[in-house]
Design a protein around this ligand. Sequence first.
Ligand code: NIG
Ligand code: FE
Length: 413
Amino acid sequence: MQPDVLITNIGELLTLSPLAMEKRANHVKQADLGILKNAWMKIKGGKIASHGTGTPPELAHGGILCDANGGLVMPGLVDCHTHPVFAGSRAKEFCMRLEGKTYQEIAEAGGGIKNSMTATRAASEQELLAGTTSRLGIFLRHGVTSVEVKSGYGLSVESELKQLRVLRAAAKKSPQHLTVTCLALHAVPPEFKSAASWATEAAEKLLPEVAREHLADCVDAFIENGYFSAGDARPFLDAAKKLGLRIRLHADEFSESGCARLAAEYGAESADHLQFASDSGTAAMGKAGVCAVLLPGTSVYSGIPYTNSRKFVEAGCVVAVATDFNPGSCVADNLPMIATLAALHCKLKPAEAIAAVTYAAAYALRIHDRKGALHAGFDADFIVHQMESHESWLADLGRHVPQQVWIKGQRII
Ligand code: NIG
Ligand code: FE
């Protein structure tokens, strides 16, 4: 039995309980942050039991008392789009971009995703696991307690399975909750003549094995000129659906590729990037309940436009924000910094930006029945900052790491 925990002397507690109560993550308003001032929070069996203001309740004998020092307590952050399992470095390509080459020109010259593929194929499971675990540790240091992690640098049946096995091992080693996604359609492997032929191979040979070994929760595809068209991806998405694997998509990042509409048609959990999503695709996403995941780190690091959140908010979409941490288009691993950049450049309101990396991000991963809010019955995943308020947190640009990180009622940092 885990001892009870009582956190006292909380200057500001962000519960996000109004959202958790309604199981709603769209149309987020300031009141949805469920802010309590001068608060306490009680944890039983690793879950939130209660919270309130004023005099805290008694703590049973053997319980753990923790003083938050008048600081800010908020839900553990949820990074709902990352690519942390890879080998090698793409620093040279970064400098090629500084010299004026575009991401797509570098890819066409044999760099980009295929460069990481070559290094990842050559790496042992042990090497990949060490790199992945260390990256998850950095996410944790920024307060991230749940993470979506993608494969996609293997690009053969065997190497994709290797990456997914590494992610399964990482999930056992790391304290965080991981949602694993098989991003087999990340680029066309050199062994295949066409995008369609690799998509078919992945549908027929890879996905059944992924499902049989329970190696992933979701699948993903990069729908873009030079990568996969909506049509190329269909056999893969159809196979995923049949096997009970959920769908997320890299959508309309460099050009309008009909991916927002495709996401709606397939009932994808999220469509991510979305700079060039069409108005009809956006409306279809809102109707179908597809979450819009904004990745402003990619815009900073790769010099592409920012996604404007307002049209997704207005269409009724749940809007989440993630790092898109990867070796090529965005090496940012600081989700609080990305949340502030999203507020600034993707035009999110303060409450929207905070929900975007907590409850809305949990919603995007469909773990919002237990993650992303400090609501009775939810996992006690939370962070403690020596800061006055959520305003200080947003204005900080991720400079300060949390003083404490708790997962399921256990203090990890
Ligand atoms: O999400 N857009 C495609 N995939 C990644 C980039 C991966 C890479 O360049 O290695 C992304 O930005
Ligand atoms: Fe990505």
